[in-house]
Design a protein around this ligand. Structure first.
Ligand SMILES: Cc1cc2nc3c(=O)[nH]c(=O)nc-3n(C[C@H](O)[C@H](O)[C@H](O)COP(=O)(O)OP(=O)(O)OC[C@H]3O[C@@H](n4cnc5c(N)ncnc54)[C@H](O)[C@@H]3O)c2cc1C
Length: 571
């Protein structure tokens, strides 16, 4: 990958070294394939299915069961210019505006132009989207979109339907010797060859028979499709598997991580009380798309006059307005009013959301819903080019764990499922072509360094609290410094008794990504997209129309760099 980067930059805060690998027992078994795909969300499943049509042997591994991951939780839908009155160009413009000047325009162009065909292919594969009376796919609108272009399924169960269709497609070919699936297989680290290229993974399998415990899987190429890092914060819409494992493994192996400071906090997550941690129930933007609106404690519609799209402004704008109102009124939430939509409409259009609200004691047809922003999406991740290649040869990243540049400083609603779909195809085609032309040979793994101490899982909540306080939805130089001090303390704990295993591997992954996120956030002294600085409340295009990255050097010291962004779509 050739991206112009500036020279290495000084770190804005002292930061403990990041180890090059995690402590794990030696591999007790080995296997190999042409390509290893890690993760079974929309990105991993699509990539594995497409690869299977073109290469000899694909190995798909996933941390728990195939359906775990954010994909199955997606409610709103998938964005694509499917309406004859819409166009990829309009979709591109909306995406660039949401990304506030930091999108990679070529990546966005690939997304919006290939998106409609990829969605139609998903339909041919068996995904059943909601249809209008004329049989066409029903399209709705979400924040930041100027057109109705969101295809949805089961009302508000789009992700579950996409996941079902892809898993069924996989089951149809699972007997095929060209594809092997291992569930309950947690990838710990990447294996690299003497020339630095990726040549496999170490993984921990809870299984029976041969593949049980830690093993090593070798391949010509590895595709990370491990999703987001939501569990780095105290409250998130992401499921428990979202611990950033793939991003952290790539970071430790020396891959470039970019834009990690841009975290999307979804404005309308059901507020269940201060002590509520982990995955929280999302109230989809589509509810506002259908006419629900936000009010403060006094019943005032505070989004009016805040942005031309009012309640449907881009997510960062809405989240920021909510946080401001919460601060001004000293409250821990605002309210979402959907009562006027009526019980019948709400039950038909949003069956899962209504059912979940009722389970928790709220009736959206008769009550205001308490809502507050919570972590939702990582816009940054493993930097890739237009065919998903990372800065390490043989290592690809796809979906939420990747940073293709499509989202810039903030993801446009419903663009992430589409990103996984579009780039999974591009990656599969690139790998197949490279296997054919011989540029992805099987390589031998170089002897790894010793693993570093692990962070015991009982530190996870402390880490999440520190991240939420300093590197969360509202940041300041001082708070970021305090967060980094906590992370440094955790990194410097004396050799512990932490047992190598999923809980301590995941917690260590959260620590390593927390360090990078906090470094990037403290250096960016402005407010843009998902990055909000109270001490630098304005967007500064003169200085900060740049994208920041971190690479970990051989000694584990993070090295920062930046390069100019396209700047298109900035407000
Ligand atoms: C509640 C919610 C609602 C959303 N709504 C929408 C929406 O309406 N539209 C939209 O476009 N986007 C939406 N998103 C975002 C979108 O769902 C995700 O960005 C997208 O599904 C990510 O897909 P993915 O394949 O990259 O990752 P995921 O679907 O998260 O899959 C990651 C996979 O990797 C596996 N994995 C993780 N770590 C390891 C490891 N160490 N070893 C092996 N396997 C591992 C996981 O188990 C999982 O199978 C929503 C997200 C949430 C949480």
């Amino acid at each position: 990958m050739t991206t112009p980067m500036s020279a290495s930059l000084a770190l804005p805060l002292p930061c403990a070294p990041i180890p090059r690998r995690l402590t794990a027992p030696p591999a007790g078994w080995t296997t190999d394939a042409d390509v290893i795909v890690v993760g079974s969300g929309i990105a991993g499943l699509t990539c594995a299915l497409r690869l299977r049509e073109q290469v000899g042997r694909v190995l798909l591994v996933t941390k728990t069961v195939l359906s775990a991951g954010s994909t199955a939780w997606a409610q709103g839908g998938i964005a694509a210019a499917l309406d004859p009155d819409d166009s990829p160009e309009d979709h591109l413009q909306d995406t660039l505006v949401a990304g506030v000047g930091l999108c990679d325009v070529d990546a966005v162009r690939a997304l919006v132009t290939e998106g409609p065909d990829r969605v139609r292919e998903l339909v041919s594969l068996g995904a059943e989207f909601d249809r209008a009376d004329d049989g066409e796919i029903k399209l709705t609108r979400e924040g930041g979109h100027h057109r109705d272009r969101i295809a949805h399924a089961g009302g508000d169960a789009t992700g579950a339907e996409i996941s079902r269709a892809l898993i069924e497609a996989l089951r149809r070919v699972q007997e095929d010797p060209g594809i092997e699936v291992i569930e309950h297989a947690l990838v710990v680290d990447l294996l690299t060859a003497a020339d630095g290229a990726a040549c496999g993974v170490t993984l921990h399998v809870i299984g029976e028979g041969q593949v049980d415990g830690v093993g090593a899987a070798f391949a010509r190429a590895v595709v990370l499709a491990t999703g987001g890092l939501g569990q780095i914060y105290t409250s998130t819409t992401n499921p428990p598997v979202a611990t950033g494992d793939g991003m952290a493994a790539a970071l430790r192996a020396g891959a470039r991580i970019t834009d990690l400071e841009f975290v999307q906090f979804h404005p309308t997550v059901l507020f269940l009380g201060e002590g509520s941690t982990g995955q929280q129930p999302l109230i989809s933007e589509a509810v506002r798309g259908e006419g629900a609106f936000l009010v403060d404690d006094a019943g005032r519609r505070f989004m009016q006059g805040e942005h031309p799209l009012a309640d449907l402004a881009p997510r960062d704008v809405v989240a920021r307005a909510i946080l401001r109102v919460m601060r001004e009124q000293d409250r821990d939430h605002v309210w979402l009013d959907a009562r006027h939509l009526g019980a019948d409409f709400l039950a038909e259009r949003f069956p899962s959301i209504v059912a979940r609200c009722r389970e928790l004691g709220f009736d959206p047809a008769t009550q205001l819903l308490p809502v507050a922003p919570a972590q939702h999406y990582a816009s940054g991740g493993v930097e890739t080019d237009l065919v998903g290649r990372s800065s390490i040869d043989g290592l690809y990243a796809c979906g939420e764990c990747a940073c293709t540049g499509v989202h810039g400083a903030n993801r446009l609603a419903s663009n992430s499922l589409l990103e996984g779909l579009v780039f999974a195809h591009r990656i599969a085609d690139d790998i197949a072509a490279r296997i054919l032309d011989g540029t992805l040979p099987l390589r031998e793994a170089a002897r790894g360094r010793d693993g570093a101490d692990l962070l015991d899982a009982h530190h996870r909540l402390g880490l999440q609290r520190a991240m939420t306080r300093g590197s969360g939805p509202v940041r300041s130089g001082e708070a970021l410094g305090e967060t980094m001090a906590v992370l440094n303390e955790l990194a410097a704990l004396p050799p512990s008794v932490a047992e190598p295993g999923p809980p301590s591997w995941e917690t260590s992954n959260l620590l390593h990504l927390g360090q990078v996120l906090t470094l990037l956030a403290s250096r960016r002294e402005e407010t843009r997209g998902g990055h909000v600085r109270l001490d630098h409340p304005d967007q500064d295009d003169e200085r900060w129309l740049v994208r920041q990255s971190v690479d970990v050097g051989p000694d584990g010291i993070p090295m920062m760099s930046e390069r100019p962004a396209d700047g298109k779509g900035r407000a």
